[in-house]
Write a protein that binds this ligand. Structure first.
Ligand code: HGY
Ligand code: MN
Ligand code: MN
Length: 429
């Protein structure tokens, strides 16, 4: 790192304003804010579109140029002194149906805080800096997850995404077109723009940093993830008149499959090598969903994750065996999202490590810890596009995807400081 890079990185870090960041988090959380303190702001809902307008206004007030692309990803650009590919930071602004104030939002707002800090410090960087708000990272309303970032790196994904539908039958493509029409003042740009590097700041959403009493995490990589839709067919019938032996009960089949999948997961606890298979059967749809009709169809989703891809291969084979053993044709499954493990490059890890070390040392706190992300992030796609890294801050109780999601303000401040250092250094390279 040259003296000039170091100078700029340290000055950017020292101009981060924690109170300004906290206020920005509280303001954004109002869009879809819930009485229990959580946030409900699923992708491309009206509250998400209103939140996007709020972010556009904040970015313009910071002197940024705003643009978007065919997947409604929002880019907030701070000009550089040279015409070079930008440094990218940011995250996503959409949330789970019952989400928190920080998952995704923190990374977007900390990116804007870095721009404010650079402005306050009067730092001009050779490279432009772009803060992004990716579309539909969560994948809870429209599957799969990380649609915006995956379409950015591979635009060929987008046509199929457009046909994804939500629980009310709304097509992603229609919601997307409405979102783009809602911001006619934001110019469109091609997807897959060259980027010199990408850094995403995010809450850990797990217990590791808090248990280690460490305020900052250098993320070495992201575990593998697969999502499946399992469909069980039966015959609707009367709950009172149909003898048990004569039923074709789709729920009985689904429950049997679910129990076999949990039993398999228990055999892949991976406690020794930290290669636990994490299994979640999160969304169930029952037809006709009536208290006194034997279910004719049950569909449920499977979210399977592991640091070891071979474990997921074994899981998928097992799911296939279980499905094949059921009554002929009564059970089908399809994988609709899969991502192998992501590893971030050593050069990026050492820069992020320096940034975190300086921030935590000046606060008199423990040095950063390196860890693997249990959650997926948009950075898993950017890693295939440019040198990418992530920084984590602790989650209280390891809780996320829950209204109680929270992180100490001082940890949020340190995370933004580490981001400012990293982005400023990269923007001088
Ligand atoms: O599901 C995930 O890992 C991310 O938080 N959307
Ligand atoms: Mn997230
Ligand atoms: Mn999430």
């Amino acid at each position: 790192m040259t003296f000039q890079e170091q100078q700029a990185a340290e000055r950017a870090q020292d101009h981060v304003d924690g109170a300004r960041l906290q206020a920005a988090i509280a303001e954004l959380a109002a869009f879809g804010g819930r009485a229990d303190g959580g946030v409900s702001r699923e992708a491309l809902t009206d509250v998400d579109l209103a939140a996007r307008r709020h972010l556009i206004a904040r970015a313009r007030a910071l002197g940024c140029e705003v643009s978007t692309d065919d997947c409604a990803n929002l880019f907030f650009r701070r000009a550089g002194t040279a015409d070079l590919p930008p440094v990218l930071t940011g995250s996503h602004a959409d949330t789970q149906p019952v989400g928190g104030k920080l998952d995704g939002a923190y990374g977007v707002l900390a990116g804007l805080e870095v721009i404010a800090a650079l402005n306050d410090a009067g730092i001009r960087t050779p490279r432009p800096i772009e803060v992004v708000a990716w579309t539909n990272e969560e994948g809870s309303r429209f599957g799969p997850g990380a649609m915006g970032s995956s379409a950015f790196v591979d635009p060929a994904c987008l046509p199929a995404y457009r046909d994804a539908v939500d629980g009310a039958g709304v097509r992603f493509g229609d919601a997307l077109d409405a979102a783009l029409a809602a911001s006619p003042d934001v110019p469109r740009r091609p997807m897959r723009q060259p980027m010199s590097a990408c850094v995403e700041l995010h809450i850990e959403q797990g217990p590791v940093l808090e248990r280690a009493a460490v305020p900052l995490g250098v993320v070495g990589g992201i575990q593998s993830v697969r999502w499946y839709r399992v469909t069980c067919a039966g015959t609707m019938g009367h709950a009172g008149t149909t003898p048990m032996r004569e039923r074709s009960d789709a729920m009985a089949t689904a429950v049997d499959i679910a129990q076999q999948l949990y039993a398999f997961a228990a055999t892949e606890s991976g406690a020794a090598a930290g290669t636990e298979l994490r299994l979640t059967l999160g969304r169930w749809q029952v037809s006709p969903n009536s208290v006194n009709t034997i279910p004719g169809k049950v569909e449920f989703t499977v979210d399977a994750r592991c640091v070891d891809e071979a474990v997921l291969e074994r899981f998928e084979a097992r799911l296939g065996e279980i499905a094949a053993r059921q009554h002929r044709g009564s059970v089908g499954f399809a994988c609709f999202f899969r991502r192998p493990p992501t590893l971030f490059p050593p050069a990026m890890l050492s820069l992020v490590g320096r940034a975190c070390e300086r921030a935590s040392a000046r606060a008199g706190l423990a040095a950063p810890l390196q860890l693997t992300s249990g959650a997926f992030h948009d950075a898993m796609y950017l890693a295939g596009h440019c040198p990418t890294a992530m920084i984590f801050v602790p989650s209280k109780g390891g809780i996320s995807h829950n209204a109680a999601e929270d992180t100490a303000p001082h940890d949020l401040f340190l995370g933004a400081q580490a981001l400012a250092y990293t982005v400023a250094a990269l923007a001088h390279q």
